[in-house]
Design a protein around this ligand. Structure first.
Ligand code: ABN
Length: 180
């Protein structure tokens, strides 16, 4: 058995050596270095490529004053990515029965046209039930593309909960902006 494995490994070694010699003959050191350089430079430029930000551009920045709590244009949902709990058996601030708020959250600042103030809103995902699937919103005001991970919201914030299944998202006011 050992003999067979030894022969097999030897055959692999010889095949790898042949392939390495052949590529060394065909590709000069300079062109290999130039290929490596292009790959590195190309990789570094990937984050500069244009991203589709149309969803954010389409988002009404201040929401619609007459929007209901079951519509994405409701002012508090300005930076939300997910299904509205108000359409899923919960409310703007409460998870539906059987789901619990995520331990980590995404925070946005939304303008309330009715009182002219800016509010800090915590978007807690509700966890422990399968995805609700109703009233999907993707407003995400001031979100940045995925390569800037700390400021990207396409994340399951139930990651620290057990179970970590995502159901829907609530919008809880946690502060009001001091300016104005
Ligand atoms: N924050 C809502 C969500 C959940 C799962 C995956 C993407 C976004």
């Amino acid at each position: 058995m050992d003999d067979v494995i030894g022969k097999l490994l030897g055959a692999f070694d010889r095949a790898a050596e042949r392939a390495a010699r052949k590529s060394a003959q065909m590709i000069g050191r300079r062109s290999a270095l130039s290929m490596l350089g292009s790959t590195l430079v190309g990789g570094a430029l990937v984050p500069l490529l244009p991203f589709d930000r149309s969803l954010r551009a389409n988002a009404a920045e201040g929401g619609r004053a007459d929007a209901t709590e079951e519509e994405c244009d409701y002012w508090r949902y300005c930076a939300l990515d997910g299904f509205l709990c108000s359409c899923c058996g919960g409310s703007v601030t409460a998870c539906p029965p059987g789901a619990e708020p995520s331990k980590v959250t995404w925070v946005g600042t939304c303008h309330n046209a009715k009182d002219g103030k800016d509010y800090i809103v915590s978007y807690n995902d509700c966890c422990g039930k399968t995805t609700c699937g109703r009233c999907q919103c993707n407003t995400n005001l001031r979100e940045r593309p995925g390569y800037r991970m700390g400021v990207h919201n396409d994340i399951n914030w139930c990651m620290a909960n057990t179970p970590s299944m995502y159901h829907c998202t609530v919008s809880v006011i946690v502060g009001v902006s001091g300016k104005g």
